[in-house]
Design a binder for this molecule. Structure first.
Ligand code: PMP
Length: 391
């Protein structure tokens, strides 16, 4: 029979879907535990069903707990960590606003790119990868640039640095500046107190310590940030990420909730369960477990003769560990070997850390002693079998 179709059904789609299991010990996403996988199989609901609004309310409370905040404007955006990053900049920043970006890895670079695209006057405060900023350095830059917003990454997953945040909020507020913090790679894995630390805008992602699939990103705004957002002179450049709409959809504006976009309901179910697991375990237990397991991993790596990339032990991110690429090896040989022979994902560097580091993630459900043992055995094997002195 002749067909009017010029494009035939793709033959690849006519064979069953197959996704092999890998142990995901890179910087994310991480393996999704059964309880969260099951949540993802529940029936899809309409975007304005009362049951869905209840689940969204649960998520909001879960985020308030994970962030340690009472902020009313707290929700999950429909997208990955980058989407939360854009939500923050698109809503808080207007053309010409001075923003100061702390760059010590890829995430500051990405933030500066986003801010530049919306016409912000972007200023930089930079450090080499592997280091963190001091309050004195930040204060000097605030005094010099007088920004309305300061961006900094808490868990710099490209370098493995945990940025200390105590005192940062007060400092920014003394300079009439809002503090925006990226906690995609650190939330639930290292102490973070949005309200106590004076963070005005905080965002994270679903696919790291929260163990949910990628696709939703928690975000929260302080009273001061909300004031700036709702008194802006121009509309944000994205309707999809416009917080006036999102505040209503997430029940944060006290008005009847109406359709804005079709929320990724299946991902909401998974995120709700990820937050529920964190609430059951307790944040402090989660922080302690990530720290203990990171220390065990660090010890094992040093016993293999490997060098941790972050020199100061206090600045090591418990969720993502960076190792200097061992001399004589090609980093990609090691990651490829581990994937091929052990079904384990670890990764090389990203942005400015590319070629310098290997990255091992121990996050959420994956932060366990058996996984530490597995990754160390696989690494030892890779070091024995990958070609050396290729340089
Ligand atoms: N910030 C940090 C610190 C991250 O680790 C990541 C993801 N690796 C992102 C932002 C971006 O998140 P996503 O990939 O979910 O867009």
């Amino acid at each position: 029979m002749s067909s009017s179709l010029q494009v035939k059904p793709p033959s690849n789609l006519l064979v069953p879907l197959h996704v092999p299991y890998k142990l995901l010990l890179g910087p994310g996403p991480v393996n999704v535990p059964p309880r969260i996988q099951i949540a993802g199989t529940l029936p899809v609901t309409g975007p304005t069903n009362p049951e869905l609004f209840q689940i969204m309310d649960d998520i909001k409370q879960g985020i308030q707990y994970a962030f340690q905040t009472q902020n009313n404007l707290t929700l999950a955006v429909s997208g990955s960590g980058h989407c939360a990053m854009e939500t923050a900049f698109f809503n808080v920043v207007e053309k010409g606003d001075i923003v100061l970006i702390a760059v010590k890895g890829i995430w500051g670079e990405r933030a500066a790119d986003i801010a530049g695209r919306i016409g912000a006057d972007v200023r930089y405060l930079s450090k080499p990868v592997g280091e963190a900023f001091t309050l004195t350095e930040v204060e000097k830059a605030l005094a010099e640039h007088k920004p309305s917003l300061f961006f900094i990454t808490h868990g710099e997953s490209s370098s493995g640095v945990l940025q200390p945040l105590d005192g940062m909020g007060d400092l920014c507020h003394r300079y009439n500046c809002l503090l925006l913090v990226d906690s995609v790679a650190s939330l639930g894995g290292a102490p973070l107190y949005m309200d106590k630390q004076g963070i005005d805008i905080l965002y994270s992602g679903s696919q790291k310590v929260l163990n949910a699939p990628p696709g939703t990103a928690p975000i929260s705004f302080s009273e001061s940030a909300s004031k700036k957002i709702f008194s802006r002179k121009t509309k944000p450049p994205s309707l999809y990420l416009d917080l006036k709409w999102l505040a209503n959809y997430w029940g944060c504006d006290g008005k009847p909730r109406i359709y804005h976009h079709t929320g990724p309901v299946t991902n909401y179910f998974s995120l709700r369960e990820g937050l529920a697991i964190l609430a059951e375990q307790g944040l402090e237990c989660s922080w302690a477990r990530h720290r203990e397991n990171a220390l065990k991993l660090h010890k094992g790596l040093e016993e293999l003769g490997l060098k941790l990339f972050v020199k100061d032990p206090e600045l090591r991110l418990p969720t993502v560990t960076t190792i200097s690429v061992p001399i004589g090896y090609e980093w990609k040989d090691i990651t490829t070997y581990m994937m091929k022979n052990h079904d384990i994902e670890i990764t090389g560097g990203l942005g400015p850390s590319t070629g310098k580091v290997l990255r091992i993630g121990l996050m959420g459900y994956n932060s366990t002693q058996p996984n530490i043992d597995r990754v160390l055995i696989a690494l030892r094997d890779a070091l024995q079998h990958c070609p050396k002195n290729k340089m």
